[in-house]
Design a protein around this ligand. Structure first.
Ligand code: HEC
Ligand code: HEC
Length: 244
């Protein structure tokens, strides 16, 4: 028996063990899962940034909803209440895939937004990337993830994002609360009432993230301040990486 067939045998046995272990769990209809993308995917450039954008706000260093975190290798591969999150080589048996496809009752990940029309459900392409990565062996290198995409900058990412969402009230002479989103310097300076809202490198102490999560009840229009999950994640990453 050559190595390849040993490996296949191993996968098959692992798969069998999983289906036996999962026998009492509710069955998921795997025919409803979007197909894996038909190419080799990069963990560093595609998979990790995707998890970062879509999942880390609830499953990262600060929060571990459902006792799950996927910013670390050990956390990502954990056994969940519904079975193993990731079964290398078997995306159709991986709970992570079932969750992002909404195949487990009431547990679509990311959870549906309470705001209508703001679904942050992963696209079929994104699910296809996760599936392909798992099917290709779910390789997650040890150590810190290096090339996790291009760095987030004010000039390229955060500036345009804040301009679109906030400039109508936070620019020019009449900027509300004297907070202007026009330049990186003006954003770092903060406003008249709140003072500094961005602390480079320290997301937990940056109240801007609470504001754009729509969780600052003291602001006059919290819903005008709430951003969808992706721009929120981008702002967080900008702050974590030094607000350049
Ligand atoms: C807005 C917060 C939020 C986001 C974003 C989010 N989740 Fe979750 N996740 C939760 C909550 C809440 C639970 C616990 C649900 C429960 O136990 O009913 C959970 C549970 C889980 C579990 C454990 C399930 C189990 O069976 O124990 C996994 C795995 C998971 N999420 C994966 C993901 C992935 C992958 C993403 C990104 C694609 C993601 N989540 C994005 C809130 C979130
Ligand atoms: C429809 C108008 C409107 C929009 C859009 C808006 N805001 Fe505001 N914002 C306000 C008002 C009004 C205040 C309260 C100002 C005051 O207290 O005088 C405020 C206050 C703030 C403050 C506190 C300023 C201070 O007093 O120190 C920050 C920070 C802020 N907004 C950030 C944002 C961000 C970031 C966005 C975009 C995601 C945004 N706002 C979008 C109207 C708006």
């Amino acid at each position: 028996m050559n190595l390849g067939s040993w490996a296949r045998q191993g996968c098959w046995l692992a798969g069998l063990a999983v289906s036996v272990m999962a026998a009492e769990k509710p069955k998921v209809d795997v025919r409803k899962i979007p197909l894996p993308v038909p190419r080799a995917v990069s963990f560093e450039r595609e998979v990790y940034p995707l998890l970062q954008e879509a999942c880390f706000s609830c499953h990262g260093p600060e929060k571990q909803k459902g006792k799950y975190r996927c910013d670390t290798k050990a956390g990502a591969f954990k056994e969940t209440e519904n079975g193993p999150a990731i079964v290398p080589g078997r995306s159709e048996q991986s709970v992570l895939i079932h969750l992002v496809c909404g195949l487990i009752d009431e547990m679509l990940m990311p959870p549906p937004s309470d705001k209508p029309g703001q679904s942050e459900k992963l696209t079929n392409e994104q699910i296809g990337i996760l599936r392909a990565w798992i099917d290709q062996g779910a390789v997650w290198p040890d150590g810190p993830i290096s090339a996790a995409g291009r760095p987030v900058t004010f000039a390229e990412d955060v500036g345009p994002l804040l301009k679109t969402a906030c400039a109508e009230c936070h620019s020019g002479a009449g900027a509300k609360g004297a907070f202007s989103v026009e330049t990186r310097e003006s954003v770092l300076k903060g406003g008249a009432g709140y003072g500094v809202v961005v602390r480079p490198g320290d997301a937990a102490k940056s109240s801007l993230l609470t504001i754009v999560a729509g969780k600052d009840e003291d602001l006059p229009a919290p819903e005008k301040h709430r951003l969808p999950a992706k721009p929120q994640a981008q702002l967080r990453r900008w702050i974590e990486t030094g607000a350049k």
